[in-house]
Every structure is written in C-alpha cells, then in structure tokens.
Design a protein around this ligand. Structure first.
Ligand code: NAD
Length: 461
C-alpha cells in the first residue's frame, strides 16, 4: 500500500529553481478552496443550500482500546464521516495511517460526494479511518482494530446507510474483516453489500482491483478522442509518465502499455526510472517485487520523483499521493495532459499555473472514479446475489467512464460559453470573466446534480 505522509500541511519552498514559492496547504483546505472556486459559477444556488452541501451530515469519532501482542492496551481513535446522503447511502474508503484526522476525513468524504455525483452513482460521499501506523502493527492487531472500529460504528454503516471500501493501507483482507464483523452483529440476512472491495470469493467483483486504472484509461481515451489535446487523438504512441507504482499506478502502466502508449517513466516512494525508448511494465513490476523498488531497473536511468514530474511527455499520471503538483513545480511540468489517478495531487495554486499554460487536467473526481464505479457494481451484484463476468464489468465501466467524461467536457463548454457571453455574475452583480478549468466544470456538474436532488426531494420535514 501507499507509503509517505499525507493529509498534514505541506510546506513547500523551492530556492534551487530560482522560484520562491511557499505553499502551506492540506487536503481539507484544498477541498474547500476547490469547492468555493466552483461555487462562483453557480451564483443562483441559495446560500442555505450551499451551507448544507458544504457541511458533512455526520462526523463520528470513536475511541476504543485494543490489546497488542505483548499484552499492553492502546486506545485508538477512529473516524467515519458521512458527508452527504442526498443521492443515496454514503460510500467511501477506510484509511489506516498515523496522520488520519477529522479534517482529512471530512475533506475526503466531500470529494467522494462529488466523485459519486460526477460518475452518476446513487451514493452520497463518506470516508473513514483509524489513526494508527499499520507498518508497525501485526496482522492480528490490525484485525482487532478493524473489528472493534466496525463494532463501535454500529449501525452507522450498513448496506443502505454507509458502505465502506479500501483506502490507503487497507485492502481486500481488511474488507473481509469488516464484512465478517458486521455479519456477526446482524446474522440471518445478506450482509455482503455492507462493504465493497472484498476478496472475490467473499462477494468481491471481478475487475475491481484494476478498476481505478482502467477507468482512468477509458477517461483519457475519451477525452483525447474529443480533441482535448491538439494533435493527440489517442493514447496509441503517446509518451506516458506515471508517478506511483502501486495498485493504481502499476496497473495503469500495464493498461496504457497494452493500449499502445509508451511508458517512459515510473516511480515509487524510493524514486523513479526513465527510459525514453519505453519501459515494459510487467518487467518493472517483477523487478519491484524482487527489489522492493523500481529503481536500478536494467537499461533505465534513475531519477528523483521531482525530476519525474517535470519530464517532457504527452500524458502525466500522478498516481501516488496528495499535493504533488504545486505552485513551485507547476511551471516546470512539460506534459500535454495530466490525468489525476491519485486523489488531490494538484493544489489550487498549481491548477492556476497549469490552466494559464494551457495544460488540461482531468480531475481526480472524474479520472479516478473507476474504482468507486466498480465498487457500485460489486454492491449491485451482492444485492442481486450475482457475479458478473469480468468482460461485462469492464464494458459497463467503459460506458460509465465515457459518459462521465463527456458530461464534464460538455459542462466545461457550456461554462466557457456563458463566461464569454458575460452571463455569469457574482451575487453583487460583477460579471465573472475568469475561464473555468476542467476541475471547476466537474465540480459544477457534481454540485448541480446533488443540489437538484436535494431540491427535488425537498428539505425535510
Ligand atoms: P498504493 O499504496 O497501492 O500505491 C501508492 C504508490 O505510490 C506506491 O507505489 C508508493 O510507493 C508510491 N508513493 C508513495 N509516496 C510517493 C512519493 N512521494 N512519490 C512517488 N511515489 C510515491 O495506493 P493506490 O491504491 O495505488 O492509491 C494511489 C492513489 O490513488 C491515492 O491517492 C489513492 O487515494 C488514489 N485512489 C485509489 C483508488 C483505488 O481503487 N486504489 C481509487 C481512487 C483513488
């Protein structure tokens, strides 16, 4: 799973580049800033409704004791935030990391609301986590933490209430424990849809493991076919750079390679490798499995992650962690398109630089929504007691990703036209001249979809 620090403020300064840029930002601030930017293009949404959409519906903190292997007892803090249930039950992963905190979980839960809305899934957004260091804990202790955390959450999760999934440092095995714990507490009924990302022999979906990367490929293919990058109509022959070589990045390298792209550089937390002639992702995977690092791959040159991000290429895919493309390095990016497979890899300040430089960014809430989309397929299969073939899952995923991509591109065009015509004004009557980027378009689409359902349902009672 993913290494490195996330969620905490990233203090960035760069003097070696001659540029002094300091950016103090964390994911909570990022998600709020992104939403505020998008809301400028939705001036007719009532303030009260905006407040409702901004604030999480429910934030739970649980403190619980767990006995460690040596007999000592440690109290852990767990979180579960349900950001919105307007479009359906909550959906979102569980993260185990020392830095997990309420602000981070709230931000990630909000992103899930917007992602599910862009993907047009019948879910609201949620997220959870336990502040712990899984690298230092045995499997037995992680199982105890999972069981106790799920027991403490009680009926705040459920197949029609809030449905967890894996996130950083949790995986299919963790989801099996989540299912088993919930099943023990609610015997005598089909509880498989309480959690997704389960092992395939406990109701997991075929194709789920590859879904985020595959969805990213489908999104990029559709966007290129729509002409988002001049003279780059497809991934065939495109030079691709991928940061992160885990579940998403490693599989993205394989799938883009199979689709005819040339993977010229990849990286993991130890650093990167570049080979302009093209890397064989399968061989890099075998090398990483053996050496625990992609570096020192025969025939390739070692580079740092910072160098990797600024390599000349057609498509850059950040697939590692948050806040990687920032004010201090965005002006050195030499990609023609960025597809955000990771959550929150680009800061708002970097968004501005990239937009000014004409580099389109397929935003995370669109480009990595393949994972939650196949989680939704898993939930449907569990409810129907079915198992779909992998080809069926992939085809359904392709349809969903293409539809979502087209919807975001269409919303972007609409917003551009309205800005050009001076039709969008601030509440005090000022005409908005700033052209929106694709992130703003995706968020506007998502907020409109959630707000429409909220209004159709009517504010209860
Ligand atoms: P993972 O833990 O399997 O892989 C993460 C990779 O990033 C590892 O190769 C790790 O070595 C590398 N990495 C860590 N720190 C790095 C650094 N500083 N520089 C370069 N590489 C670094 O995680 P994953 O499941 O592949 O998730 C990656 C990103 O995709 C995360 O942002 C996650 O939230 C997002 N995402 C994942 C899914 C999913 O289905 N797994 C779905 C949506 C979004």
């Amino acid at each position: 799973m993913q290494e490195g620090k996330t969620g905490g403020p990233s203090a960035i300064s760069s003097s070696s580049t001659g540029v002094t840029a300091k950016e103090e930002i964390n994911v909570y601030q990022m998600s709020t800033m992104q939403l505020d930017r998008a809301l400028r293009y939705l001036p007719t949404i009532k303030k009260g409704l905006i407040d409702f959409l901004k604030r999480p519906a429910r934030s739970i903190i649980v403190e619980f004791p767990v006995e460690l292997e040596d007999g000592s007892v440690v109290t852990f803090t767990g979180y579960r935030v349900l950001h919105s249930r307007v479009r359906g039950p909550g959906k979102g992963g569980i993260r185990y990391h020392p830095d997990v905190n309420l602000d981070e979980v709230r931000a990630l839960a909000a992103w899930m609301t917007w992602k599910c809305a862009v993907a047009d899934l019948p879910y609201g957004g949620a997220k959870g986590g336990v502040a712990c260091d899984p690298k230092k804990l045995s499997e037995t202790v992680l199982r105890r933490i999972t069981r106790r955390y799920i027991a403490e959450l009680g009926d705040n999760i459920g197949p029609y209430e809030d449905i967890p999934a894996p996130d950083m440092y949790t995986d299919a095995k963790t989801m099996a424990w989540v299912y088993d714990t919930y099943q023990m507490m609610h015997p005598g009924r089909n509880n498989l849809p309480v959690v997704t990302g389960k092992p395939v022999d406990i109701g997991g979906s075929l194709g789920r493991r590859e879904a985020t990367a595959r969805g990213c490929l489908y999104c990029v293919q559709r966007a290129l076919a729509e002409g988002i990058v001049p003279n780059l109509p497809s991934v065939r022959g495109a030079h691709v750079v991928i940061q992160g070589f885990g579940n998403v990045g490693g599989i993205a390298a394989q799938l883009f390679h199979e689709a005819g792209a040339r993977i010229i550089a990849v990286s993991d937390s130890t650093g990167g490798i570049v080979h302009e002639g093209g890397l064989d992702p399968e061989a890099v995977l075998r090398h990483k499995e053996k050496n625990k690092s992609v570096q020192n791959f025969p025939g390739a040159r070692n580079i740092t992650n910072e160098e990797l991000l600024t390599l000349p290429c057609d498509i850059l895919i950040p697939a590692a962690m948050e806040c990687q493309i920032r004010a201090d390095n965005a002006h050195r990016i030499q990609a023609r398109l960025i597809a955000e497979a990771a959550n929150g890899p680009t800061t708002p300040a970097a968004d501005d630089v990239l937009f000014a430089r004409g580099i389109p960014v397929l935003p995370d809430i669109l480009a990595n929504s393949g994972g939650v989309t196949v989680s939704y397929f898993e939930w449907v299969q569990n409810i129907e007691n079915e198992q779909w073939d992998e080809t069926e899952v992939n085809e359904k995923l392709r349809v969903k990703m293409e539809r979502a991509t087209l919807a975001v591109l269409e919303k972007h065009k609409q917003l551009l036209t309205r800005v050009e015509r001076g039709e969008i004004k601030t509440p005090d009557g000022q005409v908005i001249r700033q052209k929106p980027d694709l992130r703003i378009a995706a968020l506007v689409l998502a907020v409109e979809r959630v707000a429409n359902v909220a209004l159709e349902r009517g504010i209860w009672p």
